[in-house]
Write a protein that binds this ligand. Structure first.
Ligand SMILES: Nc1ncnc2c1ncn2[C@@H]1O[C@H](COP(=O)(O)OP(=O)(O)O)[C@@H](O)[C@H]1O
Ligand SMILES: [Mg+2]
Length: 371
């Protein structure tokens, strides 16, 4: 039986509202009355062994991970004749899917930031021992807070990789448009599977449309429509990075999440001259550095207003959303300074030449005086 609004779960978690309905149960916003903080409660009502095992796996995998772009799990328990529950950080805001529905495609610099943040989470997961694969990256599983922080959620299909072996048999499932071909059959999934799904997620964020399904592409039925054909505003390099992640053959994709991140950031810095630290393969955003990051990127909450305006939507905005969007800071580079000095010298020489032509005697006296 599903939880009701106002219900107290385990004498501790007060249910506030339903956040969404998933495959195995709903997800709720609640208050942890012991600690006085908001939490998300994910329930599984299907207590038959397979589902229960899958849900336990999500809990234990998530509990072992600590990353600024992932919610932390604080509790996991089962209640007899009722269900299984997972308690984790509540991530306020909306998921990328909801935002896309409300406001249409995102600006390129936001997509790059989202991509870089998820790459950080993936680089961390993929470098665990055993490596953790998410296997269900899609817009509905990326949450964006009003402050612009990015979180990867829903580890229901996550899988542990033990060396070269195909692992703990997690549930196999796929989402049209977001799963690479190797996820459809019995083929081996690895870190590059997540890279493909992230590429498909960024493609959707840039264009508002899901990429053509990978299986149909492998069978030569259709081809991937280039990003810039769907949104010509996207820079060539960012489009190329996303399309590389979306290659049907794993060997043609980025092999590591850090490579994908660096390519996205380089493409972005080339276009907007944003001062990203390209040497940094660590987190794009940490809780401590989030203030610094906000200087570099306007918050998606803010952009909501911009895009809603563009789409002619008149939605009530919270006060936080009324701030003017800040563009990424531009760097005054050395090249710019040198060109300015050259231009000023040129103007000085030109004025001296004009002056000596107009007034040769004065110019001669000035020359004698100087030399
Ligand atoms: N920790 C969380 N805080 C807030 N909302 C969340 C959290 N985890 C998931 N959600 C939201 O609930 C929705 C469903 O949760 P999810 O874990 O994806 O369930 P399912 O496995 O049923 O897809 C997600 O799309 C997301 O928007
Ligand atoms: Mg989900």
């Amino acid at each position: 039986m599903t939880l009701k609004q106002g219900e107290l779960l385990l004498d501790r978690y007060r249910i506030i509202e339903v956040l969404g309905h998933g495959g195995m149960g709903s997800i709720f916003r609640a208050v942890d009355e012991n600690l006085g903080v908001e939490v998300a409660v994910k329930e599984n009502l299907f207590t038959i062994e397979d589902y229960a095992r899958q849900f336990r796996r999500e809990a234990t995998i998530l509990a072992s991970l600590r990353h600024p772009n992932m919610p932390r799990v604080s509790d996991h328990f089962s209640l007899e004749d009722q269900g299984q529950y997972l308690i984790m950080d509540y991530i306020e805001g909306e998921d990328l899917q909801e935002k896309l529905e409300h406001q249409g495609p995102f600006e390129e610099e936001e997509v790059v930031f989202i991509g870089a943040s998820i790459c950080d989470a993936l680089a961390y997961m993929h470098s665990r021992d055993p490596a953790v694969l998410h296997r269900d990256i899609k817009p509905a599983n990326v949450r964006i807070t009003p402050g612009g922080e990015i979180y990867l959620v829903d580890f229901g299909l996550a899988k542990l990789m033990h060396g070269d072996l195909t692992t703990t048999t997690g549930a196999r499932a796929m989402t049209m448009g977001f799963s690479p071909p190797e996820q459809y059959g019995a083929a081996r999934t690895d870190a590059r599977t997540d890279i493909y799904s992230l590429g498909a997620t960024l493609y959707t964020a840039l264009t508002g449309l899901t990429p053509e399904d990978s299986l149909a592409q492998t069978m030569d039925q259709i081809e991937l429509t280039p990003v810039r054909e769907r949104n010509p505003k996207v820079s060539k390099r960012v489009a190329e990075a996303v399309e590389k992640a979306l290659q049907v053959h794993p060997n043609d994709r980025f092999q590591l999440a850090a490579e994908f991140k660096n390519e996205l950031l380089k493409a972005q810095s080339g276009r907007f001259n944003v001062n990203f630290n390209l040497d940094q393969v660590g987190p794009t955003q940490t809780k401590k550095s989030s203030k610094k990051r906000k200087d570099k990127l306007s918050s998606p909450g803010v952009i909501t207003k911009e895009i809603a305006k563009k789409n002619g939507k008149k939605k009530a905005e919270s006060p936080a959303k009324k701030k003017k969007p800040e563009m990424p800071r531009k760097r005054i580079d050395r090249g710019g300074c040198l060109s300015l000095i050259a231009l000023l010298s040129f103007i000085l020489i030109l004025s001296l030449a004009v002056f000596s032509l107009l007034n040769p005697i004065l110019a001669k006296n000035l020359f004698n005086f100087l030399f």
